[in-house]
Design a protein around this ligand. Structure first.
Ligand SMILES: NC(=O)c1ccc[n+]([C@@H]2O[C@H](COP(=O)([O-])OP(=O)(O)OC[C@H]3O[C@@H](n4cnc5c(N)ncnc54)[C@H](O)[C@@H]3O)[C@@H](O)[C@H]2O)c1
Length: 385
């Protein structure tokens, strides 16, 4: 007999690139096996009416469609919100959502800057019963899950170096029209770091690798872009950032390099992490979604990397055969399952141990990005308390 599943009624605010990814993940929930919860999209909100059509033609569960997000917060048909709006709106929207008592899976960077993030954090602490998490899907890729397991098992010995990054190529084209992600007032002064930083920092922060010192190199490569009518306008945001960090943990001190690049020739949203240690090293890149590289080392032994095709090895079981590939939309689905799992079963009762990025991790990442911004401007090392 089929087990009763808890239905979690979601409203989506922001129906653009990411809003639709979430819609599609809800429609594909049958992909997941043995879950005692299921999301249902009951409300949608965007200032652009044209975006309602795709949802209306693919979901028969929508009861509220509106240009005003407060309608979702006041609705009895909504338990939780997925919010994917430009960064300048995060603080106001997230604060209002949390105050309304709706649970929130919010998009990164969780506030346009450190101050905005602090406003969100203050409201979270005043509403402890509301479940709040930040979207970050790459740690749900199979190879990333393995690396998280190796970190938890202390497999690496003394850590030599950590490297992680997110590499885009899409802004290499100087004729690409400017959009809000290239405008300081909407995307934030962090530029590429606010846009991409949470992705490479999620696993290091979960591992406890909060840097003590930061030195960042920030680059503006394409300084003008055409606007919608083709006129060249200033493009003021940072395109690329290399954030060199010094991490000190109990008995260990090691360099950690975080790359957030909007311009990396040939890359298409490549996310990677590489952890090198005296006993064990491991690396994974979304460029080769099946493949995990590891190297075990014993003193005097050979230094030989092992290449393992993991296939479709996931946190939550699915119908997909183990030999197939995992991709971006699978990462979104797994992350959403983790958020619903936390909502339905509590963090301690989750069906698997890896939970979504926490508000506290977003606050740590804001401290790193703020230090990186200062470092890049002053060309100095910034010490974090
Ligand atoms: N997790 C990821 O991999 C990932 C990838 C891309 C973007 N993002 C994040 O998702 C968020 C949204 O990015 P996107 O790429 O989907 O942007 P987008 O521009 O495609 O979509 C944003 C939507 O918000 C809507 N909007 C703007 N003002 C609004 C308002 N006042 N009320 C309601 N809706 C409003 C816009 O009309 C638009 O449809 C950002 O925080 C971004 O950093 C995350």
């Amino acid at each position: 007999m089929t087990k009763m599943r808890q239905t979690i009624r979601f409203g989506i605010i922001g129906l653009g690139l990411m809003g639709r990814e979430f819609g599609s993940a809800a429609a594909r929930w049958c992909h997941l096996l043995n879950l005692d919860f299921v999301p249902r999209i009951t409300a949608i909100c965007d200032t652009n009416d044209k975006l309602f059509d795709w949802f209306d033609s693919n979901f028969d569960s929508i009861q509220v469609r509106t240009n005003n997000y407060h309608d979702l917060l006041n609705s009895d048909a909504v338990d939780a919100i997925y919010c994917a709006v430009p960064h300048n709106l995060h603080a106001q929207f997230y604060v209002d959502i949390i105050r309304s008592g709706k649970h929130l899976l919010g998009e990164k960077p969780f506030g346009i800057d450190l101050q905005a993030n602090q406003q969100i954090m203050d409201v979270i602490s005043q509403n402890p019963d509301v479940v709040v998490a930040c979207s970050s899907e790459f740690p749900f890729f199979p190879g990333a899950q393995r690396i998280i397991r190796y970190i938890n098992e202390n497999r690496f010995g003394k850590i030599i170096q950590v490297e992680a990054g997110l590499l885009h190529s899409s802004d290499l084209d100087p004729n690409k029209k400017i959009n809000w992600k290239r405008m300081i007032e909407v995307n934030g002064e962090y530029g590429c770091m606010g846009d991409l930083g949470m992705h490479p920092l999620h696993i290091p922060l979960r591992a406890g690798w909060m840097p003590k010192r930061v030195y960042a190199q920030l680059n503006k490569i394409v300084t003008q872009r055409p606007n919608a009518s083709g006129t060249l306008v200033p493009c003021e945001t940072w395109d690329n950032a290399t954030i060199n960090c010094e991490v000190e943990t109990t008995g260990q001190q090691f360099p950690m390099t975080i790359q957030t690049y909007r311009i990396a020739p040939g890359e298409t949203n490549t996310w990677y992490i590489r952890v090198s240690g005296t006993d064990f090293s491991a690396e994974y890149s979304s460029k080769y979604p099946k493949t995990l590289r590891t190297m075990s080392y014993t003193p005097g032994g050979e230094q030989a990397w092992t290449v393992l095709d993991l296939g479709y090895e996931t946190a939550y079981p699915t119908i997909t055969g183990g030999i197939f590939e995992f991709g971006f939309s699978d990462g979104i689905l797994q992350m959403w399952a983790a958020f619903c799992d936390q909502l339905a079963n509590g963090r301690e009762g989750m069906l698997q141990p890896f939970y979504c990025a926490t508000p506290a991790e977003t606050a740590q990442h804001h401290r790193i990005l703020t230090a990186a911004l200062e470092s890049g401007k002053q060309k100095q090392v910034i010490t974090l308390d």
